[in-house]
Design a protein around this ligand. Structure first.
Ligand code: FNR
Length: 185
């Protein structure tokens, strides 16, 4: 049976490398898997418990529902200052306050892209740490940390051109599907 994954993007930059990857994923999905994008986390206000108590913002409620319905979530994000971009952390904080909590027992894969050598690895380990509390099932392997982005993208065409990276991402999507199918049993 077909699995459906959703992507959450941690960069608001128009020409974002991570955005290119997120938009490429539907074409990289193996047979039997569909992928679509969640709404933009730019729609979320700064987290404030007072605001939450007056009622969750519509964008937060809508994304929570899309995540609950999905078989898995792929978070595609830059690393900022060796950690999680504030806008993404803000979105995760909002979503984590919903009931039922949308990430509970949800298969999640992480992908980071950076012009640097480390490929955003440090951000991934901080996201993983937060997701322990949310009880998400974060895929362990393979880890998708895409470094030296300048060599792997055609930024004029907004394309991920590196074939090895494309094939690697397909393998990671397959691994997330394997995890999701094991969970459904
Ligand atoms: C960065 N960048 C960055 N890169 C990295 O590999 N490790 C880091 O810790 C940081 N820190 C950082 C902080 C801030 C505030 C900015 C704006 C940038 C560089 C970053 O990887 C680069 O700008 C990417 O192009 C951002 O991803 P998108 O927007 O292209 O998807």
């Amino acid at each position: 049976e077909t699995l459906h994954f959703v992507t959450m993007l941690g960069s608001l930059r128009k020409a974002s490398y991570n955005g290119i990857v997120a938009r490429t994923l539907p074409a990289l999905a193996p047979e039997g898997i569909t992928i679509s994008a969640l709404g933009s986390i730019a729609e979320f206000p700064h987290y404030n418990q007072d605001v939450q108590e007056q009622g969750f913002p519509a964008a937060v409620l809508a994304m929570g529902e899309q995540i609950r319905k999905a078989d898995g979530v792929i978070i595609v994000t830059p690393e900022y200052n060796y950690s999680v971009p504030g806008v993404l952390k803000n979105a995760l904080d909002w979503l984590s306050r919903l009931t039922p909590q949308p990430f509970a027992r949800k298969p999640v894969a992480l992908q980071t892209v950076s012009p640097g050598m480390i490929g955003g690895a440090r951000a991934q380990y901080h996201i993983r740490q937060s997701m322990v509390f949310m009880d998400a099932l974060v895929l362990n392997r393979p880890e998708a940390m895409i470094g030296q982005a300048a060599d792997k993208f055609d930024t004029d065409k907004q394309e991920l051109t590196d074939e090895r990276t494309r094939a690697f991402l397909t393998r990671q999507i397959q691994a997330l599907a394997d995890l999701a199918r094991r969970e459904q049993k």
